[in-house]
Structures are given as structure tokens and as C-alpha cells.
Design a protein around this ligand. Structure first.
Ligand code: PRP
Ligand code: HPA
Ligand code: MG
Length: 184
């Protein structure tokens, strides 16, 4: 699968599984008071793998909503312009909302999303991200749950794409630079 395109495996399938279980347990403990009322908002498309695994690992029931935003397109750096491609289907006023993200890179997407969702008056609003790149952050965003802090390299797999490819890899890897210089 994608032979030769992946330079190295950064986080294995097993490491992801273990982390998802750990995060779900932590969230479950923190949301005991709100049990039954938790609303997970997955950010498409990148968070789709994490969202579905996380929801199944979470001991307490939760509702699932999705929002699609895009700021990267076919590039390896954020344009800084966030577009809503799909909005939530429901009102989130008075709900306990947990945003589920695959990655915080520059922080621009999440910073925009937090402003947007908090204006809809949820009872609480927190963020759970699988990955974060501390050295790439341009805007500081308050994030309660972080799976892995990773180096400032472009990564793919487990939902994360380069030009819509590699989302279906079960692990997270770094991309061989030849892929983005050859224009595949
Ligand atoms: O912190 P930032 O620099 O803003 O980057 C993080 C965001 O970028 C990616 O989404 P993208 O816009 O590529 O859309 P996608 O999820 O459909 O791939 C990723 O899934 C995050 O949502
Ligand atoms: O490193 C990344 N890989 C894929 N998509 C991304 N979106 C933000 N950062 C990344
Ligand atoms: Mg992307």
C-alpha cells in the first residue's frame, strides 16, 4: 500500500489503539456528571478514523455530529482561510460539546472553530485531538485532551491526507518529500 511513499512510521496502529482507549477512559471520567448528554463533534475529513474509534472506545453513550471545514486543500501548509464545507445538523445550545480533531498544526482551524462553536452557547466546549505539533503552533488554543505531541513534519495516515491520499493507512507516518515534489 503506497509503497515507497512513506518515509517512516511515526505512530503504529497499536500505539494509536492504546492511546484512543486511554483518552476515552479519561474523557469518560471527566464527563460522569454529563453522562448521556455528551456531544462529540468530529471535524471532517481528517478526524473521521479517530472519531469513530474514539466513540466506540468511550464507555458512556455520546451523540455524534460532524462538521467539515478545510484550510489546507492540496497543500502541506495551512492557507489560514477556514471554510465551512458542512455545518452541524443540530443546535448545540446547552449541550456538553467535545470537538474531536485529528491534528493541531498551526492551530488556525481550531481557533476559528472554537470561536464559531462558542458563539452557539454550548453548556461546555472542550477539545480532544489525537496529534499536536507544538513547534508549528501560530495561535495558542486551549486543548484539554492531547494524544501525541509530534515533531513539525507533515504526516499522513489514520485520516490525515496529502492531496486526499493516505487517509486509509492504519498508522501515522511521515511522507517521503519526493511525493510532494513530483506532483502526484
Ligand atoms: O492547525 P491547522 O494548521 O489549522 O491544521 C489542522 C487542520 O488541518 C487539517 O484539515 P484540512 O483543512 O486539511 O481538511 P481535511 O480534514 O479534510 O483534510 C486537519 O484535519 C485539521 O482540521
Ligand atoms: O501534518 C499534516 N498532515 C496532514 N494534514 C494536515 N493538516 C494539518 N497538518 C497536517
Ligand atoms: Mg487535509
Amino acid at each position: 500500500m503506497y509503497d515507497g511513499d512513506i518515509a517512516s512510521v511515526l505512530i503504529s496502529e497499536q500505539q494509536i489503539k492504546d492511546k484512543v482507549t486511554e483518552l476515552a477512559k479519561q474523557v469518560d471520567e471527566d464527563y460522569q456528571q454529563a453522562a448521556g448528554d455528551l456531544l462529540l463533534v468530529g471535524v471532517l475529513k481528517g478526524a473521521v478514523m479517530f472519531m469513530t474509534d474514539f466513540a466506540r472506545a468511550l464507555p458512556q453513550p455520546a451523540q455524534l455530529e460532524f462538521m467539515a471545514v478545510s484550510s489546507y486543500g492540496s497543500s502541506t501548509s495551512s492557507s489560514g482561510v477556514v471554510r465551512i464545507l458542512k455545518d452541524l445538523d443540530r443546535d448545540i445550545a446547552d449541550r456538553h460539546v467535545l470537538i474531536v480533531e485529528d491534528i493541531i498544526d498551526s492551530g488556525l482551524t481550531l481557533s476559528w472553530l472554537l470561536k464559531n462553536l462558542s458563539s452557539r452557547n454550548p453548556a461546555s466546549l472542550e477539545v480532544c485531538t489525537l496529534l499536536r505539533k507544538p513547534d508549528a503552533v501560530q495561535v495558542e488554543v486551549p486543548v484539554k485532551y492531547v494524544g501525541f505531541d509530534i515533531p513539525n513534519e507533515f504526516v499522513v495516515g489514520y485520516g490525515l491526507d496529502y492531496a486526499e491520499r493516505y487517509r486509509d493507512l492504519p498508522y501515522i507516518g511521515t511522507l517521503d518529500p519526493k511525493v510532494y515534489t513530483s506532483g502526484v
